[in-house]
Design a protein around this ligand. Structure first.
Ligand SMILES: [Zn+2]
Length: 246
């Protein structure tokens, strides 16, 4: 009987969801949808995407969500006029489809868990939304792209001090709770204010990320509201003492 009950329990137990990451390699999906701590993101619709003029980027054409283009162009314009960083900041990697992300994530021989510290698994990258991009520094002066040494460059310092004025916040600051390595080059757009055109959508897309893993620098920090415990009004039975004595 016990064995039959156990068999029944095992049959009815929910199986742990798995995400197919690379060929023959999958990852367990947490009950809240995360894989290796990364939150799930879908692809931006192609009709929502536009190309940044090539003068502003290096490598592949930089494709972004239409909503972020005005602020991104304003950021480049401000950086071009600032003698501290004139022309040094370029867009390097912008919207990446889930399929392209698979190509980026699945190369390399480290374990998927180790790779997830520096690259988001396919289906879990902010890049697929079109609201995030990586910046590069030119000339690179010996610091390879997407390396921590970027943080010490005038360009990265300028971004820390100014990107917020254009609606960008740094998704993966040093020591972030997500256990993703510090990425001074990776910024997501959430708009300077909640009412800026397109900002509500971006903030909706990144709502959980902003709450669980706050950016630094951050725009309009998402406050975690902790509701006070409900007050309990217990209705105790009234005992009629006189009645009892009788
Ligand atoms: Zn990135």
């Amino acid at each position: 009987m016990l064995r039959r009950t156990l068999a029944l329990v095992l049959t009815l137990a929910p199986s742990v969801a798995q995400a197919q990451l690379c060929e023959g390699q999958s990852a367990a999906i947490a009950p809240d949808g995360r894989a290796f701590g990364h939150l799930p993101y879908g692809d931006a619709a192609e009709t929502e995407l536009v190309a940044l003029p090539s003068d502003y980027s290096v490598g592949n054409p930089c494709i972004v969500r239409r909503d972020i283009l005005p602020d991104l162009l304003r950021l480049f314009d401000a950086a071009a006029r600032d003698p501290a960083v004139m022309g040094q900041i370029k867009a390097m990697s912008c919207q990446r489809s889930i399929e392209r992300q698979r190509g980026v994530f699945c190369r390399g021989s480290d374990s998927a868990a180790d790779r997830a510290i520096s690259v988001a698994p396919p289906g879990y990258s902010e890049h697929s939304t079109g609201f995030a991009l990586d910046f590069a520094v030119r000339p690179s002066n010996g610091c390879p792209d997407a390396e921590a040494c970027m943080a010490a460059t005038p360009a990265a310092k300028w971004l820390r001090a100014n990107a917020g004025r254009f609606g960008f916040e740094q998704s993966f600051p040093g020591g972030n709770k997500q256990n993703v390595k510090w990425e001074p080059w990776h910024w997501r757009w959430v708009g300077t204010t909640a009412s800026a055109p397109g900002a509500a959508r971006a903030r909706f897309v990144f709502a959980r990320a902003r709450k669980l893993y706050p950016a630094d620098p951050v725009i309009d920090p998402v406050m975690i509201k902790v509701a006070p415990p409900p007050k309990l009004y217990l209705k105790l039975p009234v005992i009629d003492v006189k009645k009892r004595r009788r």
